[in-house]
Design a protein around this ligand. Structure first.
Ligand SMILES: NC(=O)c1ccc[n+]([C@@H]2O[C@H](COP(=O)([O-])OP(=O)(O)OC[C@H]3O[C@@H](n4cnc5c(N)ncnc54)[C@H](OP(=O)(O)O)[C@@H]3O)[C@@H](O)[C@H]2O)c1
Length: 344
């Protein structure tokens, strides 16, 4: 008997990618159910060569569903994830609602797979922020080798990180610029077409943004509470793929060549690092791919043990949907769940 999997937010950027990835990776699902808001009732989404009719979340009974991939924003998660968990269905939650709850494991399988065992307290597992996920895939093997003391990261985040409305806004504004129509900003706080915006999520009291704070808090929870992290998160006019310029300070010496060799062997990483024109990855090339790409690996001569990296990944895949499906696979591989009795 296989698993029954529900996807909440199945009409969204991440939800659609979850459907693709479940099918591509041959997840052992007997049944996949697509859920979203009432607005989408009856809309069709693809799952492999099947077409699923979207059903409203509010009318769905989770009592015989094994896994719920939740991807409909923080408010929906806050209301629904605990209720679904109490019904015995394991929720893999993409929002930030439960990431910092000590009773909820926050997991990137390449980084802290063993922590998943703690899920049973609430039946919720949190999926990290997209920028943190790809950064930690690259940092974990380096940390294991030479112990990272401090991280300085600047992100270049695509508009798909702000959902389908973010993608629509970049498209509409770009077209408006070309046909000399007025450019309206609804989703982003300033124009995103032909511009960059140093502001993602809300401002905190100390002047950082919540997106920047998430990178700090999530790195400490998943990798090492001793690591110091400072982040600047920037939205750029790219449809898919987040990029990060990362400066690292280590306790022990590590050369660029050593880092390159370590990253070549590391799970989830793909090194593309030729010191020549075009010998690096850009976000367009990462779209639709599973890997976290690492380029521009070089020593930072201003530090005793310092390195610089350029890290790029598809934010809808490793940053969200792929990571969530990998967590579901982890539950199955480690026999942490088994299919429940299904209603006749
Ligand atoms: N995009 C990323 O890179 C990324 C990365 C990590 C985490 N996340 C998180 O993933 C979640 C979804 O992001 P997204 O980019 O897929 O957003 P999106 O494209 O805007 O899609 C939102 C989805 O949520 C559904 N939804 C909204 N309100 C709902 C409700 N009341 N009940 C049920 N479903 C509801 C929408 O359904 P309708 O079509 O019916 O409105 C849609 O399917 C967010 O929590 C986001 O923070 C996103």
């Amino acid at each position: 008997m296989g698993y029954k999997v529900a996807i909440v937010g199945a009409t969204g950027n991440v939800g659609r990618e979850m459907l693709n990835i479940l099918e591509e990776r041959g997840f052992p699902a007997d049944e996949v159910v697509a859920l979203a808001s009432r607005r989408s009732q009856g809309t069709e989404v693809s799952y492999g060569d099947k077409t699923l009719k979207v059903r409203p979340l509010e009318q769905y009974d989770f009592s015989d569903t094994d896994i719920c991939l939740m991807s409909a924003g923080g408010n929906v998660s806050k209301e629904w994830s605990p209720k679904i968990g109490k019904q015995g269905c394991v929720v893999i939650d993409n929002s930030s609602a439960f990431r910092y709850d000590p009773d909820v494991p926050l997991i990137v399988p390449e980084v802290n797979a063993d922590a998943v065992a703690g899920f049973a307290k609430k039946n919720i597992i949190a999926n990290p922020n997209c920028s943190t996920a790809q950064m930690l895939v690259a940092l974990k093997p380096l940390h294991d080798h030479a112990t990272i003391k401090r991280v300085v990261v600047s992100t270049y985040q695509s508009v798909s990180g702000a959902g389908k409305e973010g993608m629509d806004e970049l498209f509409t504004q770009t077209r408006a610029v070309f046909v000399a129509d007025p450019v309206e900003s609804k989703k982003f706080t300033k124009r995103i077409a032909f511009n960059v915006i140093p502001h993602i999520d809300v401002f905190m009291e100390d002047g950082t943004t919540k997106e920047e704070w998430k990178m700090v808090a999530e790195t400490k929870k998943m990798l090492d509470p001793k690591i110091k992290v400072t982040a600047t998160c920037v939205r750029v006019p790219v449809f898919i793929g987040h990029s990060e310029a990362i400066n690292l300070e280590f306790e022990k010496p590590i050369s660029a060549d050593e880092a390159r060799e370590i990253l070549r062997e590391a799970p989830g990483c793909l090194v593309i690092d030729k010191r020549e024109d075009g010998g690096y990855i850009t976000p367009i090339e990462s779209a639709g791919e599973d890997a976290t790409y690492i380029s521009r690996i070089r020593e930072d001569s201003t530090l005793d043990n310092g390195l610089n990296l350029w890290v790029v990944s598809d934010n809808l895949r490793k940053g969200a949907a792929l990571n969530a499906v990998q967590i579901a696979e982890l539950l199955v591989e480690r026999n942490l769940i088994s299919p429940r009795q299904k209603a006749a």
